[in-house]
Design a protein. Structure first.
Lengths: 519, 248
């Protein structure tokens, strides 16, 4: 007995194969290109930190220097490692010299290519060792304390001030949070650089910086010790700096990251070529660091109807999964997103929500699914909102979801007040405990509303995926397939940062991680 | 006018019943309870009952409180500007527009600034509509351009000029530190600079928008939460007819 769906499993195979071919069709383009943000991520992974002239982050100055000299088609590691080899400098010293305007990387005499690659692989290996140690630290904590049963409670902090965030995050952990997400400052996803240092002024969120990552990681390790369980840390990678932020997350032991192959395109109007190239490197580094990614399909249901557009969510989940696989990511790290967003006036809405949640569960059995609370139909009626959140909580535990973003009764009003969050946690813990083994106790009615709905959505998802395969992913996005948002291949921000790789291009992290390298 | 004093209603006229919930930065216990009670009394509540108190950790306590309000309000003395529009349905709007206006009505809508939340705009414009009330796209006499989310004001104005819009609809849902206000006033400034402000009907809507606020910001009308498409359609049509000198 269990809430097991009986659906036509051949359709699942068809969906997955279509998604495999859809992503394969753009993978060639992805692998033939690099981006300014991918190259900056490499510089950051070489350990470069700090600012140069006009307070511009050093990784930006280095990549701009190379791009201005027309050398980015070889990749930033080529030029930086060349300068390191020729002048016996560290990556940081090279970056500082460039940042002070004392060194033009393109003008440094070019060493033997083998020597350049050797230098690059040496420092890349040091970084990969550090990332491997982070994984060991994490699994050490988890082995010591054990895991809590899913759904994990995922709670947001967003004060704008990293030190206030620390207080809120530690309090949320004490109240029961399993995962803390620090919301980014508004529109940081559109900045083409990652700010430096600890920040205390954000706009409805706190800047994602390497130092802020460190501060929050330290704070959560502290409270983990206090509580005797590992509290996970999440931040956002999607955006113009997706690869850089993913790299920083890998180095500073973040545990989860919002990392979607299409979110930036659809909801931040970032150019699709830029995002598709960026996500490949970002997810490879996240996979290497054991970071669970969260994808953003839930957003489609804030701009499209949850009952009618469920197939766009499932289709996109298959696409996100296939892109993640192409970055070497195992299923256990692919936290596909979806949401509880149907109209509360819909008769049997709870059953349809359960059908959709079970369908994602069934199609992606190993994925730590991320389930998002109602937002679209939340109003100022907090009493009704609290009830809707309870229905969401019930659906989540009853269908075996994994990462559960807490629904707060004041969703439509303001960022949660202290007691709003406490009431939301109380609601979730009550329902999770009260219905803990719901999933195992019931069998689904054959041909009933839930099974019929799930089969319909699955069939529509296959149809949609096969259509996308037919027209191509980029055309599908420009048709408004996802979230009814239309984006064109040449529109959006950041296209000027997409660069065709030359024959000599190399990126030591691709070499060592995806091409087999030596590890 | 005769004063008309009212008090909150629980189950008996003028019983003044009110409920509150709040948190005090006081450790849970007798002192916290008394502090909550005295605070409510100082807010002119009487018969204060602390029905629930809970330790939130870190020296904070949450309260749920009932009390009787001792104050009353004279509603005869209140004047709130509201959008003046007939309550026509879709069919009536189409018929009246066809017969009295004699041409189609063009509207351009957008969520401006960094706002990505199109819920409100879509509720008014999309075919499907809201609360069973079809959106303007479904109206045979309306031509609708829905520009979607995160539209710069400049793009919105350019589109309005391009399609010779009769009305511009701006939705502002998410607002941080009142950025929606500067977005909204910047649009008015732009339209004035283009000499367009008097030629279009300028409308805004969103959960924090009232008609009074909209008028203050230089808009013709503001629609708050719960607005259905036919209200917006009726208003636009009535305005256009009024500007044309047609009396309904």
């Amino acid at each position: 007995m269990a809430l097991k769906l009986r659906v036509d499993d051949k359709l699942i195979v068809r969906a997955r194969e279509a998604a495999h071919r859809i992503t394969g069709e753009v993978q060639g383009f992805i692998e033939q290109h690099t981006t300014t943000s991918t190259e900056r991520a490499v510089i950051r992974l070489f350990g470069v930190e700090g600012k140069g002239l006009d307070d511009v982050p050093l990784p930006n100055l280095v990549v701009e220097n190379i791009q201005d000299g027309g050398g980015l088609d070889k990749g930033a590691s080529y030029w930086v490692c060349n300068a390191m080899a020729q002048h016996s400098l560290s990556a940081q010293e090279v970056a500082q010299a460039v940042g002070q305007g004392k060194l033009d990387l393109i003008k440094v005499a070019q060493a033997d290519e083998g020597r350049i690659r050797e230098t690059a692989h040496l420092i890349a290996r040091e970084t990969l060792d550090r990332i491997a140690r982070n994984r060991q630290t994490r699994s050490g904590f988890i082995n010591q304390w054990g895991e809590r049963p899913a759904p994990w409670l995922y709670i947001i902090v967003a004060t704008g001030n990293i030190y206030e965030d620390v207080i809120q995050a530690q309090n949320a952990a004490r109240q029961g949070a399993d995962v803390i997400a620090v919301i980014r400052s508004t529109a940081q996803s559109l900045l083409d650089y990652v700010p430096e240092g600890a920040t205390t002024e954000g706009f409805a969120g706190t800047y994602a910086t390497q130092e802020n990552f460190r501060i929050m990681r330290r704070a959560l390790d502290e409270v983990s010790e206090e509580l005797g369980r590992y509290v996970r840390l999440t931040n956002y990678a999607s955006g113009l700096c997706m690869p850089e932020i993913a790299a920083l997350g890998a180095v500073e032991r973040l545990d989860m990251m919002l990392s979607d192959s299409m979110y930036g395109i659809l909801f931040r109007d970032i150019n699709m070529k830029r995002t598709l190239v960026d996500q490949h490197f970002a997810r490879m580094m996240q996979a290497q660091a054991g970071i669970i990614i969260n994808t953003g399909e839930d957003n489609y249901l804030t701009t499209d109807d949850a009952y009618e557009a469920a197939n766009t969510v499932l289709a996109s989940q298959f696409i996100n999964e296939q892109f993640a696989h192409r970055s070497g990511m195992p299923d256990e790290l692919i936290g596909l997103g979806h949401a509880f967003e149907m109209d509360p006036r819909q008769e049997d809405g709870l059953l349809y929500e359960m059908a959709d949640a079970l369908l994602s569960r069934h199609c992606f059995p190993k994925a730590p699914l991320k389930y998002m609370p109602p937002t679209r139909h939340m109003t100022g009626n907090i009493f009704m909102g609290h009830l809707m959140d309870a229905m969401f909580n019930l659906t989540s535990v009853a269908t075996n979801q994994h990462i559960h973003l807490i629904g707060v009764l004041t969703e439509a009003i303001h960022t949660p007040l202290l007691h709003d969050r406490a009431l939301a946690i109380e609601n979730a813990r009550y329902v999770f405990g009260y219905a803990r083994h719901f999933f195992e106790e019931f069998d689904l009615k054959k041909g009933g509303l839930i099974e019929t709905r799930a089969n319909d959505v699955l069939q529509q998802s296959v149809d949609l995926l096969e259509h996308i395969e037919h027209v191509g992913l980029m055309t599908a996005i420009s048709e408004g397939t996802f979230g009814r948002v239309r984006r064109m291949p040449t529109s959006g921000k950041g296209l000027d940062g997409v660069v065709a790789k030359g024959p000599q291009h190399f990126n030591p992290f691709f070499d060592l991680i995806l091409k087999g390298g030596e590890r | 006018m005769e004063p008309n004093w009212v008090k909150p209603y629980g189950d008996t006229t003028n019983d003044g019943a009110m409920q509150l919930s709040f948190t005090l930065p006081v450790k849970n216990g007798g002192v916290a309870r008394e502090a909550a009670k005295r605070l409510c009394e100082s807010m002119n509540l009487e018969n204060v009952q602390i029905v629930h108190q809970k330790d939130l950790g870190g020296g904070y306590t949450f309260f749920v409180v009932y009390g009787r309000c001792t104050q009353a309000v004279d509603i005869a003395d209140i004047h709130v500007p509201e959008v003046q529009a007939p309550s026509w349905d879709m069919h009536q709007v189409n018929t009246i527009a066809h017969e009295k206006l004699g041409r189609k009505i063009t509207v351009v809508g957008a969520c401006t600034g960094t706002d990505a939340h199109t819920v409100g705009l879509d509720a008014i414009l999309n075919m499907k509509g809201f609360h069973g009330n079809y959106g303007l796209e479904r109206y045979s006499e309306f031509i609708v351009y829905n520009l979607g989310s995160q539209v710069p004001n400049e793009t919105l104005v350019a589109k309005a000029i391009e399609v010779n819009a009769d009305a511009i609809l701006v939705s502002q849902v998410v607002t941080q530190k009142n950025i929606h206000l500067s977005n909204l006033t910047q649009l008015v400034d732009l339209l004035e600079a283009e000499g367009l402000r008097d030629k279009v009907i300028l409308i805004t809507g969103g959960p924090r928008i009232t008609h009074e606020l909209a008028v203050e910001l230089g808009y013709d009308a503001g629609f708050g939460p719960g607005t259905v498409p036919s209200e917006v359609a009726s208003y636009v049509l009535k305005e256009l007819l009024g500007r044309k000198g047609v009396i309904i």
